[in-house]
Design a protein around this ligand. Structure first.
Ligand SMILES: Cc1cc2nc3c(=O)[nH]c(=O)nc-3n(C[C@H](O)[C@H](O)[C@H](O)COP(=O)(O)OP(=O)(O)OC[C@H]3O[C@@H](n4cnc5c(N)ncnc54)[C@H](O)[C@@H]3O)c2cc1C
Length: 418
């Protein structure tokens, strides 16, 4: 078996892995190695040819390949190494080794000072949401259809229905329309939008594509190829109401019904996984429950904006470099971040109180939409943060920044209150 060494090994060369690699180099790690199963770096951004990336990080609007390109350029300048066409099979959290199989060296073992998990996420499929009906051709996940059209120039159909109002679904509604297809409807089971409002405006409203909230696909019709789908309104328990069922003739159904963090390797390394995010639990350094193993990007929690992914991943890269150099902040006391009123999850899940003067960024999602609210943080019964927010939505990540020194209690509770 081929064996090699590095200071920081990064699994996945998407925007998370690239930002972590650049940050690790800037923090002084000598040999930083990205291990990527694709033959190119860039991750999912390679197929996101639409604009909308970099608005907060670069203060300008870029396409996905342009955004990834900026980090690839930086990584090249800083001499970050990359092992491409290399599929990671396992991680040993105690020994800090990564085993992969790659076209260049076959089975390869990498001995690292620290490891960053940046494997992104994958889409939920028809099987996971159990749509009844036949099994014809013409049912795709929205991301797979996006890859086919944007990277391989293959249009998957002409008459489209999209299930799920997540960002990928709405972006694909616009993409298929621009390609000359008819998008009959975007169907969403919840009574609110799953993705960003800006995507509804730019991808649905601007093209007159109907959004059917509180509706779902009840059956697929067709033997060889999809001939149409039945949709129906749902009641408050998300059960279809039979008398509202209608048939939409179409040849393609695109599914945008959620993303699942890619954590088989994480589980194999016995790293703690949050049952809510399905990603590893992390502290403010993006360090997982195993010391020296860090995680960032969609493998931790599904992000709507790549800009947030970059900011979190820079932390993972910085502290992975510090760990490899033996310079981690002291571990004095750990407190959990607790979900208060209308908060579904918080990242990071734990905070290390090192005694240093430190600002802690907490990203979180709400459970239900609301307007005219305050985002608050409290510790030891005392409010330590309060910010007014015009509206909150489960599809859009919220963000608060608190001072570590203000955390005097045994936890920090984040709440969304009127
Ligand atoms: C269709 C779509 C549209 C989007 N539109 C926008 C937008 O307009 N604006 C915006 O800001 N954000 C957008 N996003 C979100 C943004 O693209 C993601 O948040 C970001 O790409 C996540 O980065 P990542 O590095 O965590 O994951 P990814 O980009 O998925 O990268 C993960 C990488 O890990 C590799 N990998 C996985 N497992 C292994 C393994 N075992 N061995 C080796 N390599 C492995 C994968 O091949 C991949 O290259 C969009 C996302 C999608 C899917």
């Amino acid at each position: 078996m081929y064996e090699t060494k590095c200071d920081v090994a990064i699994i996945g060369g998407g925007p998370a892995g690239l930002s972590a690699a650049v940050a690790a180099k800037k923090e002084g790690a000598e040999k930083v190695l990205i291990i990527e199963r694709d033959v190119k770096l860039g991750g999912i951004l390679q197929q996101c040819i639409h604009p909308g990336f970099g608005l907060t990080y670069f203060n300008k609007e870029l396409t996905g390949p342009e955004y990834a390109g900026a980090f690839k350029e930086e990584a090249k300048k800083l001499s970050v190494d990359a092992l491409l066409d290399a599929m990671v099979l396992s991680v040993d959290g105690e020994e800090k080794t990564v085993t992969c199989v790659c076209s260049e060296y076959g089975v390869t073992k990498i001995h690292a000072g620290s490891i960053v998990l940046a494997m992104g996420c994958r889409e939920r499929t028809r099987a996971q949401i159990q749509i009844p009906g036949t099994r014809p051709a013409g049912v795709y996940t929205a991301g797979a259809a996006q890859r086919l059209i944007n990277r391989q120039n293959i249009v998957v159909g002409k008459d489209i229905v999209i299930l799920g109002s997540g960002d990928i679904g709405m972006i694909m509604a616009r993409r298929m329309t621009l390609e000359g297809c008819k998008v009959h409807a975007v169907v969403e089971i919840m009574d609110y939008l799953a993705g960003l409002t800006r995507n509804k405006v730019q991808c649905l409203d601007d093209f007159g594509i109907p959004l059917k909230l509180s509706h779902t696909v009840t059956r697929i019709k067709g033997n060889e190829r999809v001939e149409g789908v039945y949709i129906a309104e749902v009641d408050e328990n998300k059960k279809p109401i039979p008398e509202t069922e209608e048939f939409i003739p179409c040849d393609t159904l695109l599914l945008s019904v959620g993303l699942i963090p890619e954590n088989e390797i994480t589980r194999g390394a016995e790293i703690e996984i949050s049952p809510v995010t399905n990603g590893p639990t992390v502290n403010q350094y993006m360090e997982t429950s195993k010391e020296g193993i860090f995680a960032c990007g969609n493998v931790v929690h599904v992000n709507d904006l790549v800009d947030n992914v970059t900011v979190e991943s820079e932390k993972a890269g910085k502290y992975a470099a510090k760990y490899a150099k033996g310079e981690m902040p002291s571990r004095n006391r750990t407190v959990p971040s607790v979900c208060g009123n209308n908060v579904r999850y918080i990242c990071p899940q734990t905070i290390n109180i090192s005694g240093e003067d430190e600002k802690i960024s907490l990203y979180f999602r709400v459970m239900a939409p609301d307007t005219g609210v305050f985002l608050t943080a409290s510790s030891a019964g005392k409010e330590i943060y309060r910010k007014k927010e015009l509206r909150v939505n489960p599809g859009e990540m919220c963000h608060v920044v608190i001072n570590a020194a203000d955390i005097t209690g045994d936890d920090v509770t984040i709440s969304v209150v009127k």
